[in-house]
Design a protein around this ligand. Structure first.
Ligand SMILES: Cc1cc2nc3c(=O)[nH]c(=O)nc-3n(C[C@H](O)[C@H](O)[C@H](O)COP(=O)(O)OP(=O)(O)OC[C@H]3O[C@@H](n4cnc5c(N)ncnc54)[C@H](O)[C@@H]3O)c2cc1C
Length: 272
């Protein structure tokens, strides 16, 4: 269990950021589910709840998810149930249970870039952007490539586009962390595909070679994608991305399962 010397409740983002960078033992508090698993001594625990970042809004061509929205908020919100065929609620559904999902927060989860995240592959598949208080707005794809710095994730933005999408994950038992997971989307107007694979076990990554194959064929043909191409794309995902071993699975098993999961997700998207 962690310990907090002092709890502070800033009323502006700038105040929160100044407290965060003032001492390396000051920590932002999300739902605290992950912090509770450690034994850190936190100097100042920064509660973001006075900042009203718990809103899900639809404006200026995107859906915006505030940093302190919980996974429970995302799972139940009508805008997200409609968005990309309910991709985000579907990706979050296998995570532990309702109680945990009602506590854990979007900002903490995305900023921490956990390799096992079920949310991040789904966000990558819809070209999500994020706003950091200090570093500003950027694509999630580029944020995942940057070194970690101290900042506050303020919001996640989902482009207001029409997607067909699917996600898959493999777990040893129902509430365990995923061995590997993936999300696939097809932008109905732009005719572009996205494939993201997570829990490799390192952080989620887009499968760019497979996306390029599908996008070049989709640009040349108006018709549905043929099964052979979908299988080729799933093969490319397995050969192009790197996989590692840990106590949950070996790299070879992850690679083999990633191919199966991506193939299932591609078939679902191609057929719906
Ligand atoms: C038992 C258990 C099982 C889990 N299983 C899964 C699973 O199967 N799949 C899955 O995807 N996830 C899983 N998770 C992770 C969970 O979904 C959350 O991602 C995780 O708990 C972090 O969210 P939190 O609100 O608890 O963050 P906290 O524990 O409060 O914080 C985590 C870190 O984020 C920092 N932080 C908080 N808010 C912000 C912010 N706005 N900006 C920047 N940094 C911030 C904190 O300082 C801290 O360093 C599991 C977690 C637990 C505890």
């Amino acid at each position: 269990m962690f310990e907090i010397r002092q709890l502070v409740t800033p009323v502006t983002l700038d105040e929160a950021y100044q407290i965060l960078i003032a001492n390396r033992n000051n920590r932002l508090l999300g739902g605290c589910a992950f912090l509770k698993m450690g034994s850190k001594l936190i100097n100042q625990g920064i509660d973001l709840n006075a900042l009203k970042l718990n809103q899900i809004t639809h404006e200026a061509g995107c859906l915006t998810l505030g940093a302190t929205c919980t996974y429970g908020d995302l799972t139940n919100h009508p805008l997200l149930l409609d968005y990309a065929g309910g991709l985000i609620p579907r990706a979050l559904q296998p995570i532990v249970g309702v109680q945990l999902r009602n506590a854990v927060e979007v900002g903490a989860s995305v900023f921490s870039r956990y390799g096992f995240s079920d949310l991040i592959p789904a966000l990558l598949a819809v070209d999500a952007e994020i706003t950091l208080h200090h570093a500003g707005k950027m694509t999630l794809h580029s944020f995942l490539e940057l070194p970690l710095t101290r900042d506050i994730l303020v919001a996640v933005h989902l482009p207001d586009r029409s997607y067909r999408a699917a996600c898959q994950s493999l777990r040893v038992t129902a509430s365990d962390l995923p061995i590997v997971n993936c999300a696939v989307s097809f932008d109905i107007h732009e005719k572009t595909w996205r494939i993201a694979v997570g829990a490799r076990p390192s952080r989620a990554k887009r499968a760019l070679a497979a996306e390029t194959l599908l996008n070049s064929i989709s640009a040349a043909n108006a018709g549905p994608m043929c099964l052979v191409t979908l299988l080729q794309a799933a093969d490319l995902v397995a050969s192009d991305l790197t996989f590692g071993s840990n106590q949950r699975a070996s790299a070879a098993y992850r690679r083999a399962m990633a191919k199966v999961l991506v193939e299932r997700a591609l078939r679902e998207v191609a057929l719906c």
